[in-house]
Design a protein around this ligand. Structure first.
Ligand code: ADP
Ligand code: MG
Length: 567
């Protein structure tokens, strides 16, 4: 039905809009990047769908994005001949701002987090950046596969409501028209627009065209309104990852990262590789600077896109990267997979397994090099993503030693809560005769640092790693040794300090054990089944008593964690 209706935005929308406008204003031309990025995503989606349904391309198979200005109307339009949106899809995607994230974002903001460009990008408010420069936006779209009379027009001034009506649209795809604010008329200048596009969008793998007449010329008057506009392609229009590393600048990589990751911040590092042989593919992988807000959500999305011979196949291809590296963003472009590859096929595909294995090794090398050559940068990485990396040894047995080398912990050596000590640092400082790597797990950094179990270690000057992240129990249950040194909890079993324990003390304890036999028995009898044994200990220096669990029992901290999650 063609009826026109007015709908209200979801409550959060106007709040988010205000934020977007305020925090991105200083960088206002990014609206073009966002709209062009959406247009090219839409064209890539259509290219993919047309692999199985060629009719979707109608008589317009050359996918492209077009940017035009209308000085009289005061508008700039970004249009694509991509997948388009149905009326229903417009309501779902444009009317509501990428869903669940919004609320979380607002919460984060109200908790006093800085108004921070990088965060905004993560929440998929790209489309709304149009309101930085426009006081009204009109989106006209027709979904590929629907006929011309099933077009839809969405329009809003961004203040609480939008209108929606069914219109006729001859060409497939989406036109987004921005009615520019009075002080933003600079974007009617085609040269200005062109320079922004070449700055932001050179790497977009399809033509971005501008209308030649828009540049304005002396024979404006003679312009024949009915003639086909003369177009000029303003970007290079080839896939960036296919170009030679030597011709790419850091800025090229940074812009490409922003395009594929929807992150407004720059990447921390990247690795670009081409593999030849009987499984040929190209990878371009990025480490973000910051953890995404939803890294701990169960459905946290993977960030690697799959292409086959330059054709976009899918987002969030979770088989291309192990779960413990889910924060890596980038693309894999395979020359050898079939174009009709599905998620099901990816599940059991030897080529994909090989690519995942190689991707894992590339990221490990990238991190190892960073840790060695740029330790401060590595520390930034660790502070953001360390807790995810700690899932690695459990999930990836084969690489656990290499992951072990990348771990960082707080330790009694520094006696603070910063996770900066590597296992190699620890081993270098081990005392003569010390066989094991000692650690303690607790439910907070303070509890770890102040545990009575540490007394004897402090006294003897033996370093103990202080573990208090939730994932640490999981880590030590899966990383039993590193460089042939056993990882030993200081709260477990009979404390065997090996050659570190001094003989004298041992004998004293044995003597005390005999002397106080009756006391120990009385304590055991009165505690009954609540303890397994009561012993004289050499663990303590100042505290009168401590509880120890058996070598193979669940640690007290793990028991607490499980209880907290309701097990
Ligand atoms: P994101 O691109 O991160 O998903 P945006 O706010 O930029 O967030 O866009 C929101 C959604 O609106 C997109 O995911 C897409 O579904 C839809 N959309 C935006 N622009 C277009 C377009 N030109 N063609 C088709 N769909 C679009
Ligand atoms: Mg977008």
């Amino acid at each position: 039905d063609a009826h026109k209706e007015t709908l209200e935005f979801k409550a959060e929308v106007s709040q988010v809009l205000d934020l977007v406008i305020r925090s991105l204003y200083s960088n206002k031309e990014i609206f073009l990047r966002e709209l062009i990025s959406n247009a090219s995503d839409a064209a890539e989606k259509l290219r993919f769908e047309s692999l199985t349904d060629e009719a979707l391309l109608e008589d317009d198979p050359e996918l492209r994005v077009r940017v035009s200005v209308d000085k009289d109307a005061g508008t700039i339009t970004v249009s694509d001949n991509g997948i388009g949106l149905s009326r229903q899809e417009v309501v779902e995607t444009i009317g509501s701002i990428a869903s669940s994230g919004t609320r979380r974002y607002l919460e984060a903001m109200s908790e006093g987090a800085t108004t921070d460009n990088a965060l905004i990008g993560q929440f998929g408010v790209g489309f709304y950046s149009a309101y930085i420069v426009a006081d009204k936006v009109t989106l006209t779209s027709r979904r590929a596969g629907l006929t011309a009379e099933h077009g839809v027009r969405w329009e809003s001034d961004g203040r609480g409501s939008f209108t929606l009506e069914t219109v006729e649209k001859s060409g497939r795809g989406t036109d987004v028209t921005l009615h520019l604010k009075e002080d933003e008329k600079e974007f009617l200048d085609a040269w200005r627009v062109r320079s922004v596009i070449s700055k932001f969008s050179d790497h977009i793998a399809m033509p971005i065209e501008m209308v030649k007449e828009d540049y304005g010329s002396e024979d404006d008057e003679k312009k024949d309104k009915d003639a086909e506009p003369e177009l000029e392609q303003v970007n290079r229009g080839t896939a960036l990852w296919m170009r030679n590393k030597s011709e790419l600048s850091d800025d090229d990589y940074k812009e490409f990262y922003k395009h594929i990751s929807h992150d407004f911040d720059e990447p921390l590092a990247w690795a670009h590789n081409r593999v030849e042989g009987n499984n040929e593919y190209t990878t371009l992988l990025f480490l973000p600077k910051r953890a995404p807000w939803d890294m701990w959500d169960r459905e946290q999305k993977h960030g690697v896109k799959l292409y086959v011979r330059r054709v976009f196949i899918m987002d969030e291809a979770d088989k291309l990267m192990p779960h413990w590296l889910r924060f890596v963003k980038g693309i894999v472009d395979s020359d050898d997979l079939p174009l009709n590859v599905s998620r099901e096929i990816l599940q059991h595909n030897r080529k994909i397994d090989t690519i995942r294995g190689a991707n894992t090794k590339r990221i490990l090398s990238l991190l190892e090099t960073m840790a060695k050559d740029e330790p401060e940068k590595y520390q930034t990485f660790w502070n953001e993503f360390g807790r995810v990396l700690k899932e690695g040894p459990a999930e990836d047995f084969a690489n656990r030693e290499r992951i072990g080398g990348l771990l960082r912990f707080a330790s009694t050596h520094n006696d603070n809560d910063d996770q900066t000590v590597s296992l190699d640092d620890y081993i270098e400082r081990m005392k003569e005769g010390q066989k094991d790597i000692y650690y303690i797990t607790a439910d907070s950094p303070a509890a770890a640092r102040h545990s009575p179990h540490l007394e004897v270690f402090r006294k003897k000057g033996v370093e103990v790693l202080l573990l208090s992240d939730r994932v640490d129990e999981w880590l030590v249950n899966n990383l039993h040794e590193y460089k042939e040194k056993h990882l030993q909890s200081v709260t477990k079993g009979k404390l065997d300090l090996g050659e570190l324990a001094d003989k004298e003390e041992k004998e004293k304890a044995e003597k005390a054990e005999k002397e106080h036999k009756d006391l120990l028995k009385r304590l055991k009898d009165s505690l009954g089944d609540r303890v397994e044994a009561v012993r004289v200990s050499t663990r303590l220096v100042d505290s009168p008593a401590c509880i120890v669990v058996g070598e193979h029992d669940m640690s007290a901290n793990l028991a607490r964690v499980l209880k907290a999650v309701g097990q």
